[in-house]
Design a protein around this ligand. Structure first.
Ligand code: NZQ
Ligand code: ZN
Length: 388
């Protein structure tokens, strides 16, 4: 049964080959000072930087830059960004990059006019925003996180060995996001497939929870089937526009809050992945692919009906003459073969984790209660050991 909910997604999207023109519509809505936030330089190599700068200049903006946002942005970098945005008196933060850049822009946006330490306030104490928020816009260049249309922001604190996400409210969602699938063509294959698995994981985190008949589960099965098909095409031919545009759109739908409405969700794979990330700084999607199967095989008996449904509806496992357990196991085997085929990392050793890190990763793993089994520390340890 659908639970009660409110739904509002205020992010305006511009999608397609001409999407960047949308900046000309959006920029006049904001003041003159724009803080342009980007990562380690991919946008300079592929020409997106020059295109954005030209549009900013054409619109008469004062451009301030905050470069070098790293994958898995850190609390130290966040403090630097807050100081830059303050100095620039930014009226708009324009994030040009992937989820890291977009997440970081949101974290800066809620911290500039707030006197508390941003890490402690939002990522330890999970407080609401109680100060003015600088609007954020996003030009997306890496597909996976859904950050372009949600309030999520994930920050890593290396000293504390924590990687924590804060899900902010609608007032922190990007005001607009520019989604041009062609901007993702220059992604290395490793990043592309990592993003593809991040999308799959977002869907599965919301799918493997609850036993009710829920419209969201049907939507998610459709999204998964489209994702698997488009991923197969994109891995063969990375510049297949149809496949890349579908992947970009599925990523947005997977985590723009819609499919979670009225249902329970899990998110334990992300808690495990983020803990691994806190200790290794590994690529987000790969931390998820590395732990997913040991986790799902462990919880499968507790959610057997859903795992059997997943096998049949997503992986086309023929159910005739098989027990539910056999069907469910066949589904996870089909998933495993596909993951290997597209080139995902299948163990945490390849993410940089070692056996002596396990205790620390267990301590860094937050435990969620929406999945089919609430894990205890020993179970987390066992899953991580199985993932080595
Ligand atoms: O820094 P540059 O030089 O731009 O290179 C980036 C980076 O090295 C590169 N890249 C991006 N676009 C490119 C490109 N290279 C060539 N061509 C392009 N067009 O890709 C690398 C990875 O970028 P990053 O932004 O780190 O990837 P992603 O989008 O996967 O973001 C990961 C971060 O998002 C968080 C993760 O935890 C991680 O910190 N997440 C955010 C979520 C949210 N907001 O809701 C949810 C997710 O579950 C996730 O946790
Ligand atoms: Zn994710």
């Amino acid at each position: 049964m659908l639970g009660n909910f409110t739904y509002c997604n205020p992010t305006k999207l511009y999608f397609g080959k001409d999407a960047l023109d949308g900046l000309n519509e959006e920029l006049p809505k904001y003041g003159k000072n724009v803080l342009l936030v980007y990562g380690g330089g991919s946008i300079k190599k592929n020409g997106i930087y020059d295109k954005v700068i030209k549009i900013l200049k054409d619109n008469g903006k004062n451009i301030y830059e905050d470069a070098g946002v790293m994958p898995n942005p850190t609390s130290d970098k966040l403090n630097e960004g807050i100081a830059r945005a303050k100095a620039a008196k930014a009226d708009l933060i324009l994030a040009v990059g992937g989820g890291s850049v977009c997440d970081y822009a949101k974290a800066v946006s809620v911290s500039v006019h707030c006197n508390d330490d941003a890490w402690d306030k939002y990522f330890i104490r999970f407080e609401d925003v109680s100060c003015d928020i600088i609007p954020v816009g996003c030009v997306l260049t890496m597909v996976g996180t859904g950050s372009e249309m949600n309030g999520g922001s994930v920050i890593t604190n290396h000293a504390q060995k924590l990687k924590i996400g804060h899900v902010f409210g609608e007032n922190v969602f990007p005001k607009f996001s520019i989604l041009n699938p062609e901007f993702t063509y220059t992604l290395p294959k490793y990043q592309m497939v990592s993003g593809i698995y991040d999308i799959m994981s977002h869907i599965l985190e919301q799918y493997f929870s609850g036993t009710d008949d829920n419209t969201s589960d049907y939507i998610m099965e459709g999204l998964l089937r489209s994702l698997i098909h488009s991923a197969n095409v994109a891995v063969e031919n990375p510049t297949d526009y149809e496949a890349r545009s579908n992947i970009m759109w599925i990523a947005t739908w997977a985590l723009n809050t819609l499919v979670a409405k009225g249902k329970t969700t899990d998110w334990e794979v992300h808690m495990l992945g983020q803990a691994i990330g806190a200790h290794t700084d590994a690529t987000h999607g790969m931390t998820l692919s590395a732990v997913s199967l040991p986790y799902y095989r462990f919880i499968m008996p507790y959610g057997l009906d859903k795992f059997a449904r997943y096998a049949v509806n997503v992986w086309q496992v023929a159910p005739a003459g098989k027990t539910k357990k056999e069907i469910a196991e066949e589904g996870l085997s089909a998933m495993e073969s596909w993951m290997k085929k597209i080139g995902l990392v299948m163990n945490i050793t390849d993410c940089g984790a070692t056996a002596d890190m396990i205790d620390g990763i267990v301590e860094s793993t937050l435990v969620m209660d929406g999945g089919y089994k609430v894990l205890n520390k020993e179970e987390i340890r066992a899953i991580l050991k199985n993932s080595l």
